[in-house]
Design a binder for this molecule. Structure first.
Ligand code: PMP
Length: 349
């Protein structure tokens, strides 16, 4: 069979090389910032012969109410990842436009830009943290989209709502500021959603994959002024949300379910505090990054310790940061899962 030639930008991509697809023999998965709280879902459908509502009204209303917005400001997508993809596809001209991002940060901004032959203005997290809005706007240059991950994956660093507002004001008429709030439930007060009525160039990305414990459902929301969403609504797939997904998402957004989600977040935040202390006192760990989100990023002194954990079935996410190899992002899992992390930390080398 002859090999089909792929365009260079696609041939070089390996977007979904998660540890799971690499078939590691994991028993404890703390590599993808998933929630440990799974629940059984039962379904009762009579009308799957019909196409679903392209944007299920009840879910949109429920999410708008949860986010303090109106339904016209909410678009439901297949995960926040589809929101990223739709923004790049809608607002960037291939081979011409750029996005800006602040490294280190979530990898899919770059992957999506590469896939769509869109350029990247790579700035540093330290600029986002310490620079003024004017300096940031200057560095962003003529990029069409500016991705701010808040809290940032993998550092946990946060940006205040005031600063987001100042950046959006400085980039008004020039760029869309996209605040990725995948982990915002772990520090709710930092959300930029309340700014959406004040800025016509602001977008907030949300997901049910993290605090809502529904990564397998593939559900996210793009929150933005109606005029920003209008062109996206034209290019989104015809029926992106299946009726099955809509039903489960609706159940996840009832007042009771939201209360339960907040309870779980509070347990995970406390577990994270405890684990941070243990990590800080461990000889195996050189540095601990203190930040928000259901994960902790650490630097391990010896790469062999990371190998030992992986081989024993404790799967965490290793990566290179600041040109150094031994970084590890650990998701906050269940009590038993974190006990395995503690055991690994105290094991002799
Ligand atoms: N943004 C960030 C910062 C993430 O960490 C993730 C998931 N790892 C996503 C977006 C994608 O989330 P979803 O599962 O909703 O596509």
């Amino acid at each position: 069979m002859s090999q089909i030639q792929l365009p260079e930008n696609i041939a070089s991509l390996n977007a979904y090389s998660s540890a799971k697809s690499e078939k590691l023999n994991g028993t404890t998965w703390l590599n993808a910032n998933e929630s440990p709280y799974s629940r059984r879902v039962s379904l009762d459908f009579e009308a799957l012969n019909r196409y679903p509502d392209p944007q299920p009204e009840a879910v949109i209303k429920a999410y708008a109410s949860y986010a303090g917005l109106s339904p016209e400001q909410v678009l439901m997508t297949r995960g926040a990842d589809e929101g990223i993809e739709l923004l790049v596809r809608t607002y960037c001209v291939p081979g011409q436009d750029k996005i800006a991002l602040f490294l280190p940060t979530y990898g899919m901004y770059k992957v999506t830009a590469d896939t769509h032959n869109v350029g990247i203005t790579a700035l540093e997290q330290s600029l986002l943290q310490q620079g003024s809005a004017a300096e940031i706007a200057d560095a962003v240059g003529n990029a069409k989209l500016v991705f701010i991950c808040n809290p940032n994956n993998p550092t946990g660093a946060t940006v205040s709502t005031d600063k987001i507002a100042a950046i959006a004001a400085a980039l008004k008429g020039k760029a869309l500021v996209v605040v990725d709030e995948a982990y915002i439930e772990f520090c709710e007060q930092l959300t930029a959603a309340s700014l959406l009525s004040d800025f016509d160039n602001l977008v907030v990305l949300r997901t049910l994959s993290k605090a809502f414990a529904l990564a397998g459902l593939r559900t996210g929301f793009t929150l933005a002024p109606p005029d920003v969403l209008a062109p996206i609504r034209k290019v989104i797939a015809p029926y992106p949300v299946s009726a099955v997904v809509a039903q489960i998402a609706q159940e996840a957004l009832t007042p009771d379910a939201i209360t339960q989600m907040r309870r779980q977040v509070s347990i995970l935040n406390k577990a994270k505090e405890k684990l941070t202390e243990v990590l800080g006192g461990s000889e195996k760990i050189a540095k601990v990054m203190i930040g928000e989100g259901n994960f902790i990023t650490v630097q391990v002194r010896q790469v062999n310790d990371i190998k030992q954990a992986m081989q024993s079935g404790l799967i965490m996410r290793p990566f290179t940061l600041f040109g150094e190899d031994n970084w590890l992002r650990i998701s906050i899992g269940s009590e038993q899962e974190l006990e395995q992390v503690r055991r690994w930390l105290t094991q002799p080398q």
